[in-house]
Design a protein around this ligand. Sequence first.
Ligand code: NAP
Length: 312
Amino acid sequence: MTETGTVLITGPTRNLGRHTALAMAARPQDRRPDLLLVGRSGPELTAVADEARARGARVHEIGCDLSRLADVRAAAATVRNLLATGAVRPLRALIANAGIMSNDTRQASPDGYETTFAVNHLAHAQLIGDLLDTFTAPARIVLLGSNTYHANVWRKLLNVAEAEWADPVELARPAPAERTPDMTTSGVAYSNAKLAILYYAHELQRHVDAGIHVSVFEPGWMPGTALGRGAPAAVQAVGRALGRLPGVSTPQRSGPLLAAIALDDTWAHLRDGAFVVKTRQTEVRPIAHDRDRERRVWAATAELLEHAGAHR
Ligand SMILES: NC(=O)c1ccc[n+]([C@@H]2O[C@H](COP(=O)([O-])OP(=O)(O)OC[C@H]3O[C@@H](n4cnc5c(N)ncnc54)[C@H](OP(=O)(O)O)[C@@H]3O)[C@@H](O)[C@H]2O)c1
């Protein structure tokens, strides 16, 4: 097991994030991390924090709307303060779990960016960038990927199309007002954000201190979670039905697997954006390894975050 310290997780209020947080909280005392729960303020955040405390964990709730970069910066400042004052143990892992698939790619975040790209990628890049010098090695950064970045029969059942890559500045731009929202466009935006995360993960490893390891987790298809909450009711109903099939992933099953990626010795070797599908380290498709795109994601992300900062 890695040194026990503090783990930050985003999106702990439901489904995968919630079950991951609770799995970490339920560990034996000598292997139980302090938890920083970064999510939208409200009864759900308080409820998961209380449940984790009831399992024995020391927990801090950090209210943050990840679609708002000012909120993300404030959350990072809170984390830095907790670490600096010794209110929590050293930061050993960050799990960038929160995600959305917006059903209307015309929607802009308060910073002016397409919401799916803003929450899945930009918010986490901001948070990680603001916290990079606060990790204590050995430490892990775990990002959330999705097999939807490439053609994928199962996900197509729910209309989640594969990525159609474009420059990240384009991916961050909301669709024009005249574009009629449809599920294919939403699916492409989601898959593009997840492909951007793979490129970012590969590049991030080149920028962090030795002893900080970057990996990407794919929890398996978990139909029926709130990720598809914007989808038509019929599609959501199919998702819920498929979710009951044996062998299909669920947040209850994948949460403990994600906790293990962040904490267990078995996974200490993961680095360079290694991709783990549930319990299996998997080679990503050739499209997900591209030095030019990786460098461009890094540079464009910095530009986008800086530009948003200029409007604070
Ligand atoms: N479901 C799948 O089949 C699947 C497959 C592969 C990868 N994944 C990835 O796994 C992760 C978790 O997915 P899930 O299925 O558990 O999704 P989910 O049920 O929709 O939960 C998403 C979490 O992210 C949070 N979140 C979304 N927007 C936020 C915002 N603006 N600010 C703060 N928090 C926000 C949600 O908070 P609220 O409760 O406040 O909305 C919630 O806690 C995502 O990154 C997803 O892309 C999922």
